[in-house]
Design a protein around this ligand. Structure first.
Ligand SMILES: O=C1C[C@@](O)(C(=O)O)C[C@@H](O)[C@@H]1O
Length: 254
């Protein structure tokens, strides 16, 4: 598996990278979160732009993205609009989703862009193409807040993302029982072994928390932590997560 280099970090190699989300509703709040994130021990930052109340106002989005970029300096920025049907804050049409992400890719402010794999073949392929043209890395993603699909289905989904050109393939699922968590971990190990791109997975909620600290063992390249506010159920606080990952990393070396 090839790691993905983004600024000073290499996603897919060594200790899992920690990503913290910005979940502000106004430009002021977003700036405050970005400043906190820059000073925090996180490897990368995700702007969850579906929280932003001016998200469909083109000029404001670009202006805010420019400010976030400037604040983060060399910290990699992942731009994400999470649609309502995949657990996000707002509904969006495919046309608006494509326009927003195209605009962000062309702006040069984001290093990585999250593209929901189930947004529709045409929209996804066009965004992947545009991102490659503009040297923006793609995270193709899928989120199931209801259940954990069968292992075979999860693996096929990650493989399909890779085949569509993902630089990174990402899958978030909800466990209904403990065995769902082990299924997710098993699929992570399998995908990390057979895909050529890095994989990000998580089993959400309290029951799935273990999947957020075990990435180095099972092959999950990035784990999402909270910095004050969570963007999904089961996220662990950044400083605690950093400590746990460090302990596991050191112990595994010895
Ligand atoms: O997709 C993901 C993963 C996530 O849903 C989580 O479970 O940590 C959090 C989201 O902010 C991010 O876009």
């Amino acid at each position: 598996m090839k790691g993905v280099r983004v600024r000073q970090i290499e996603i897919g190699n060594g200790i899992p990278k920690i990503c913290v989300p910005i979940v502000g509703k106004t430009q002021e709040e977003i700036i405050k979160y970005a400043e906190e994130a820059r000073n925090a021990p996180a490897d990368m930052v995700e702007w969850r732009a579906d929280w932003y109340e001016e998200i469909l106002c083109e000029n404001r989005v670009i202006e805010t993205a420019g400010k976030v970029r400037q604040i983060l300096k060399e910290k990699p920025l992942l731009f994400t609009f999470r649609s309502k049907k995949e657990g996000g804050e707002k509904e969006i049409s495919v046309r608006e989703y494509s326009a927003l992400n195209s605009q962000m890719i062309k702006s040069g402010y984001a290093d990585l862009i999250d593209i929901e794999y189930f947004m529709g073949k045409e929209a996804v392929e066009q965004l992947v193409y545009l991102a490659k043209e503009n040297q923006v890395k793609t995270v193709l993603s899928s989120h199931d807040f209801e259940k954990t699909p069968p292992r075979k289905e999860m693996l096929l989904c990650l493989k399909a993302m890779e085949e569509t050109g993902a630089d990174i393939a990402k899958l978030a699922v909800m466990p209904r029982r403990k065995e769902d968590v082990t299924e997710l971990l098993a699929v992570t190990a399998e995908a990390a072994g057979c895909l050529s791109c890095p994989v990000i997975t998580m089993s959400m909620g309290k029951e799935g928390m273990i999947s957020r600290i075990s990435g180095e063992t099972f092959g999950c390249a990035v784990t999402f932590a909270s910095l004050g506010k969570t963007s999904a159920p089961g996220q662990i606080e950044l400083h605690a997560l950093r400590q746990v990952l460090g302990i596991l990393h050191e112990a595994q070396k010895g």
